[in-house]
Design a protein around this ligand. Structure first.
Ligand code: URA
Length: 364
C-alpha cells in the first residue's frame, strides 16, 4: 500500500497524471505511490476498499483539472454529486481522516468554491492548492515533491533499523534492563509459581532497544522459558524467514510476547491483564513506528489498547492491514499478522504471511 495517494478524474486530467507519476518516481519509491484502486475483487465492498486504501496513505494529492467539478455521467448528472464517485469517496475519506490533502491544479483549473462542492468535500476548498503548469512542469513537480516529502511523517521516512543517536539507544537499553528486573520480581503473576517450580526464566523479549518495529507474539513456549528468549523454536525460525524476505534481521527489530512467562494454554484474561503494564512499558520505552501483533490474542490486546474501531474484528479480516493509532510520542501503524505457528499447521499460510510481511517494506 502506497503512502502517497494520487486522486484524479480520468476524463479531466489523465494526461497530466501519467506525466506527474513518472516524475514523482524520481523522488519516491514505486511502492510509496498509489494511483488506481484497480484490483477490487468481485463481491467486495468497493467503498470500503477505497476508504482503506486512502486510510493507509499519509498524503492525498487531488489532481483538479478544468472540468473536475463539472464532469457528468451519461444521464447528465454531475459525477461529484453521486455517492459512488471514486474521486469523491477518496477525497472525502482523506478529509475525514485528517490526512494531508494537497489540491493540485492542472490545465489552468481554478480551485472550486465551497458552494460547488458536496458537503463532505467542502473542507477541500480551504486546503491551499498547488499549481502545476504545463510550461514549468519539471520545476513545478520538483517543488511539489519537496512539499510532499515535508508532509510525510518523519517516523515513517526513517528506516526499520536504528533510528536515533547512540545516547538514545543506550538509554532505552538501560530502561529495558530495569523493566526486565521488574518482570523477574513480579511475584504476584499468575504464572510466577510455575516459573519458579520449573526453574524457568521470564521472557521480556529481545532485539534492538531502538527498533522501529515491535513484533508481539502470544506467550513463550517451554524452550523459550528455559532460555529466557522469545521465539527460539520452530515459530522463531518462521519469523526469521519472514523478516529475511523484507531484508530485516531479527536484531533490527524487537520481538516480545503478550504474556511474558511460559504458558501451555491460550492466554487467559487474567494473565493478559497482569502482563499488560509490562508490555505497555516496553512499547513506551522503544517507541516503535510499527507494532505487529502476531495472532489473534496479541491483535485483540493491541487493538483494544488503542481503542481502534476494528477492535472487535477478526484476524481473518484484519491481517496485513495498516491501521493507524496515536501514541504520546507520535503516530504508530498497527499491522496485525497471523501467528508464525499457523504456517506449521498449514503450509499455505506461508504465502499469506509472506504477503502480509511485504506490507512492512514501506517502513524498512
Ligand atoms: N514463541 C514465542 O516466544 N511466542 C510465541 O507466541 C510462540 C513461540
Amino acid at each position: 500500500m502506497g503512502r502517497i495517494f494520487i486522486n484524479y478524474r480520468r476524463q479531466d486530467s489523465e494526461g497530466y497524471v501519467g506525466r506527474l507519476f513518472d516524475h514523482l518516481l524520481q523522488h519516491f519509491d514505486r511502492e510509496d505511490l498509489f494511483m488506481d484502486v484497480d484490483s477490487i475483487p468481485p463481491g467486495k465492498d468497493f467503498v470500503a476498499e477505497l476508504e482503506n486504501a486512502v486510510k493507509a496513505c499519509d498524503v492525498l494529492i487531488s489532481i483538479i483539472g478544468p472540468t473536475w467539478s463539472r464532469v457528468t455521467d451519461e444521464a447528465g448528472e454531475r459525477r461529484l454529486d453521486q455517492w459512488n464517485d471514486f474521486v469523491r469517496i477518496e477525497v472525502a475519506t482523506a478529509l475525514k481522516e485528517n490526512k494531508i490533502v494537497i489540491p493540485v491544479l492542472v490545465g489552468q483549473a481554478k480551485m472550486p468554491a465551497p458552494n460547488e462542492l458536496p458537503d463532505d468535500l467542502a473542507l477541500l476548498a480551504r486546503r491551499n492548492a498547488f499549481v502545476l503548469s504545463h510550461l514549468h512542469f519539471r520545476d513545478d513537480v520538483e517543488r511539489l515533491a519537496k512539499v510532499i516529502q515535508a508532509s510525510l511523517p518523519a517516523r515513517v521516512k526513517t528506516t526499520g533499523i536504528r533510528r536515533s543517536d547512540p545516547e538514545t539507544y543506550f538509554r532505552k537499553e538501560a530502561e529495558l534492563e530495569k523493566l526486565r528486573v521488574d518482570l523477574e520480581n513480579a511475584k504476584t503473576s499468575p504464572l510466577y509459581p510455575f516459573r519458579v517450580q520449573n526453574k524457568h526464566k521470564a521472557v521480556l523479549g529481545e532485539g534492538n532497544p531502538d527498533a522501529n518495529m515491535i513484533f508481539i507474539g502470544e506467550s513463550p513456549g517451554r524452550v523459550e522459558a528455559e532460555e529466557g528468549r522469545p521465539f527460539v523454536g520452530p515459530s522463531g525460525e518462521i519469523l526469521e524467514e519472514m523478516l529475511q524476505t523484507i531484508k530485516l534481521r531479527r536484531a533490527d527489530v524487537f520481538v516480545t510476547n503478550l504474556l511474558l512467562d511460559y504458558s501451555a494454554d491460550d492466554p487467559t484474561p487474567e494473565q493478559i491483564e497482569f502482563y499488560a503494564p509490562f508490555v505497555d512499558r516496553l512499547i513506551d520505552i522503544i517507541q516503535p513506528a510499527v507494532i505487529a501483533p502476531l495472532g489473534r490474542f496479541a491483535m485483540g490486546y493491541v487493538l483494544k489498547k488503542f481503542d481502534l474501531p476494528e477492535k472487535r474484528g477478526k484476524i481473518s479480516e484484519l491481517h496485513g492491514k495498516l491501521l493507524k493509532a496515536t501514541m504520546s510520542y507520535g503516530e504508530v501503524f498497527i499491522v496485525p499478522m497471523y501467528h508464525p505457528a499457523s504456517v506449521l499447521y498449514s503450509p499455505t499460510q506461508a504465502t499469506m504471511l509472506r504477503r502480509d510481511f511485504e506490507k512492512l517494506k514501506v517502513f524498512v
